[in-house]
Write a protein that binds this ligand. Structure first.
Ligand code: SF4
Length: 296
């Protein structure tokens, strides 16, 4: 296999990938041809503000930050004419069964547009076959404490690399590095209404971003009986969807934030989305919706 001619960073704009971008921008690791941010359209305002900061920082070092998108996750979910890429919503069945909807959103709104961009940059946009040996490196911000989330790419034209693992850095090292360079307030990156929020994060959203909180509350109510498309097709959900694991309306939940290290769930990067176990009760959860996983 020939050496990759293209080197990219998957920029989720959370702690780890921001660290990788900063390392490259400062010349502490080799730079990238571009940092690619997959925009779901529903990140908190703090993430977009942080992203603008990263864009300036990267631009100063000659590294472009490219925003790509496959739609607007919130708008699409409530659009009866749009296919619903299922979010990991908490479900309550008609007889009180507790489950979780399958997560398709990360693949649809994060991984897919990044792959489209990589293929375009390689010169082989879908459906053109990418010849064997044409490979782009994709750096992914996974720290040593998350090593279990490091995976090989699932397509032959991408080779995943893990600069933080190469450095042996843990999340704390990333935070220290960001803080040393004025980015210690890097926010967690995840959609405003992502059900993978812990109570500490819901409290923070309500306190620091009341508009985002109201938006999540409204979305929670709007999605209660299934996706807009399913309802428009006369196929309402058998049961109910909720954003919060207590499976009651978000604005009625008594939030009980934990003060320990588990208070925050990991952010949602394209290849580093959190596992439900990080934020849900340890009871077995079953998949409550069907649908095919997105493949690209
Ligand atoms: S942050 Fe949550 S809702 Fe958004 S893409 Fe990731 S898993 Fe889906």
């Amino acid at each position: 296999m020939s050496a990759p001619a293209h080197r990219y960073l998957s920029l989720g704009a959370g702690v780890q990938s921001s660290t990788v971008l900063l390392l490259a921008a400062r010349g502490d690791i080799p730079t990238f041809d571009a940092a690619i941010f997959a925009n779901t359209g529903w990140e908190p305002i703090a993430v977009y503000a942080h992203l603008r900061r990263l864009e300036q920082l990267a631009a100063a070092s000659g590294m472009p930050v490219v925003r790509v998108a496959a739609g607007d996750i919130r708008r699409d979910a409530l659009d009866p004419a749009h296919r619903f890429a299922s979010m990991p919503l908490f479900t309550l069945g008609p007889n009180g069964e507790r489950g979780m909807a399958r997560r398709q959103c990360t693949g649809e709104y994060k991984i897919k547009p990044i792959k489209v961009e990589v293929r375009r940059r390689l010169g082989y946009p879908h459906p053109t076959r990418v010849p064997a040996g044409v490979v782009a490196e994709m750096a992914i911000g996974i720290s040593l404490d998350e090593i279990g989330r490091a995976r090989d790419a699932d397509v032959a034209y991408m080779r995943n690399t893990f600069p933080l693992l190469d450095l042996g850095w843990r999340r704390q090292d990333c935070l220290a590095y960001l803080t040393a360079h004025g980015l210690g307030d890097t926010p967690r990156s995840a959609c405003v209404g992502c059900p993978f929020r812990t109570d500490a994060e819901w409290v923070r959203l309500r306190r620091d971003d009341p508009t985002g909180w109201d938006d999540a509350v409204a979305f929670d109510a709007a999605i209660r009986h299934g996706s807009a498309r399913a309802n428009a097709a006369g196929q309402p959900l058998r049961g109910q969807f909720f954003l919060h694991r207590q499976r009651i309306p978000l604005n009625q939940v008594t939030l009980r934030p934990r003060a320990d290290a588990q208070a925050d769930a990991p952010g949602c990067g394209p290849w580093t989305c959190p596992h439900p176990d990080t934020v849900t009760e340890p009871t077995p959860e079953s998949s409550a919706t069907s649908g095919r996983e997105v493949r690209h």
